[in-house]
Write a protein that binds this ligand. Structure first.
Ligand SMILES: *Cc1c(COP(=O)(O)O)cnc(C)c1O
Length: 472
């Protein structure tokens, strides 16, 4: 399987090169040249374990890796180390268990080390980086900027890996105490937290300008772990199959609809790839909070910037421009890279682009979309707690609220649970009036650990010097 860029100006490369490249060299995103058809495999795959299924799916996209190596890599990724902070008994451990809550099914994706779904992909990516570096030699220095949540999953993905150092910037004093502890209590020598005396945007600007300095980038082998990396999308395809199979077994239904709380469009895009491969998924329900550019797109065909980012209870969905949307648009314009370049240029110029609805009047029958505002999210958390004693985190609640709006009698709905509620105790307390519901022993324990963090002024030069000094 070769990989190409959505903008069509990069020579086709193998999987491992696409992983190292991250963002394509022409500014586009890397995608597989073809989407494998798994329709004939569904029976054989339906009862596989999570690692077994991951192997079957990944091997179709990773032809440049020996199958034996891939199997070991997957077993290492989703083995005991994945569950270090999980509270399930050993024989019940599952990367993506399904629980029924009322008439919805919930796919719990937060059993990994940082209690959020990003672990599913970032644990694999860390192992992949290590594997590739071991065989090719060399080092990788990951530089990231986080407003809170992604940083910890990236740090846990890279901690202790040979050949990798990771530097994560966060805005000093502007992330929640839990988020800060999750990042700064990791003791591994290859993890470097930087608190920048500025905003998240300042952190991101420093990252972009350092990564854009090609001499510095080459000299210090800078890499990225953000969600444009193809390996992250690929890892997430697996749980769409796995969750759908589970619901089919329980209900006897022929297909499911899957509700996905969406920010950067990485997660729901993985669901779309799963559908195109033949997973028994009829439709994706795309859920947003007040930052609803994507929900508006799927309801009107117009993708246009809103006023500015609104801060909500679901911070990982507080996003204006969804970086993975370009991959979807590429397919939408029939794989015409030139047309896509025009559309992206138009969007940069005007803050808006549009596609024509199909003959059925829909923008895309594969997607239904809805927005859930803060009030609806709080009500959803409260109602499900009162009626079912199940506590959703605010991101998951957004997806559940969208599913409620778009429910039909036909097909069961699987809602992706993207974070454990204990990561967002203030929102849970606000919704339920109780501060004892959102607890997790791993979070409680972590709050007492010693922390390490370098505080730096809001300056690219200061961060650059710190990196150089640290790497010696
Ligand atoms: C990142 C994140 C999301 C959004 O996922 P995307 O792939 O960016 O659409 C939703 N919920 C949680 C808890 C997240 O951390």
């Amino acid at each position: 399987m070769k990989y190409i860029s959505t903008r069509g100006q990069v020579e086709a490369v193998d999987f491992q090169d696409a992983v190292l490249m991250g963002l394509a060299d022409d500014g586009g995103l890397m995608i597989p040249r073809a989407i494998p058809d798994a329709t004939d495999q569904l029976k054989a795959w339906a009862n596989l374990s999570y690692p077994g299924l991951a192997f079957e799916i990944l091997r179709r996209f990773t032809r440049d890796m020996p199958e034996h190596d891939l199997r070991l890599l997957i077993e290492k990724t989703y083995g005991p180390s994945y569950f270090i902070n999980d509270t399930e008994p050993e024989d019940k451990r599952d990367v993506a268990p399904v629980v029924q809550v009322g008439d919805l099914f919930v796919l719990e994706l937060w059993h990994g080390p940082t209690l959020a779904f990003k672990d599913v992909a970032l644990q694999l990516l860390g192992n992949l980086f290590e594997y590739i570096l071991e065989r090719r030699g060399g080092k990788l220095n990951i530089l990231g900027a986080t407003s809170g949540d992604t940083g910890s999953a990236a740090i846990y993905g890279c901690r202790g890996r040979r050949g990798i150092d990771i530097f994560v910037m966060h805005p000093h004093g502007r992330v929640s105490p839990i988020q800060e502890h999750q990042m700064t209590s990791v003791p591994d020598a290859n993890v470097h937290n930087i608190a920048v005396e500025g905003s998240f945007d300042d952190c991101q600007n420093i990252m972009k300008s350092l990564a854009g300095d090609l001499i510095f980038k080459r000299q210090y082998s800078l890499g990225a772990v953000n969600s444009v990396n193809w390996a992250r999308v690929l890892a997430q395809i697996v749980y769409y199959f796995y969750g759908a199979f589970n619901v089919l077994r329980r209900t006897g239904a022929k297909a499911v609809r899957v509700s996905v709380p969406t920010g950067n469009f990485g997660d729901v895009l993985a669901g779309w790839y799963a559908m195109k491969m033949g997973a028994p998924i009829r439709q994706l329900i795309l859920a947003t909070n007040e930052n609803d550019i994507l929900a508006r797109f799927y309801n009107t065909g117009e993708y246009s910037l809103g006023e500015k980012v609104v801060q909500t209870l679901s911070p990982s969905m507080d996003i204006q421009v969804a970086s993975n949307f370009e991959r979807y648009l590429y397919y939408r314009v029939g794989g015409n890279a030139r047309r896509l370049r025009e559309m992206m240029a138009e969007f940069s110029r005007t803050g808006s682009l549009r596609v024509k609805p199909g003959e059925n009047g829909l923008v895309d029958a594969d997607f239904a979309a809805a927005r859930a505002d803060t009030q609806q999210v709080l009500e959803t958390i409260e109602t499900y707690y009162k009626q079912h004693e199940y506590v959703f985190d605010p991101h998951t609640a957004c997806g559940v609220a969208a599913a409620e709006q778009l429910k039909d009698r036909d097909l069961p709905i699987l809602c992706l649970a993207t974070a454990h509620p204990a990561k967002f105790p203030a929102a849970i307390a606000q919704a339920t009036g109780r501060d004892d519901l959102a607890r997790h022993p791993a979070i409680d324990a972590m709050m007492h650990l010693p922390t390490r963090c370098k505080i730096l002024p809001n300056s690219k030069q200061a961060v650059r010097e710190y990196i150089i000094e640290t790497l010696g």
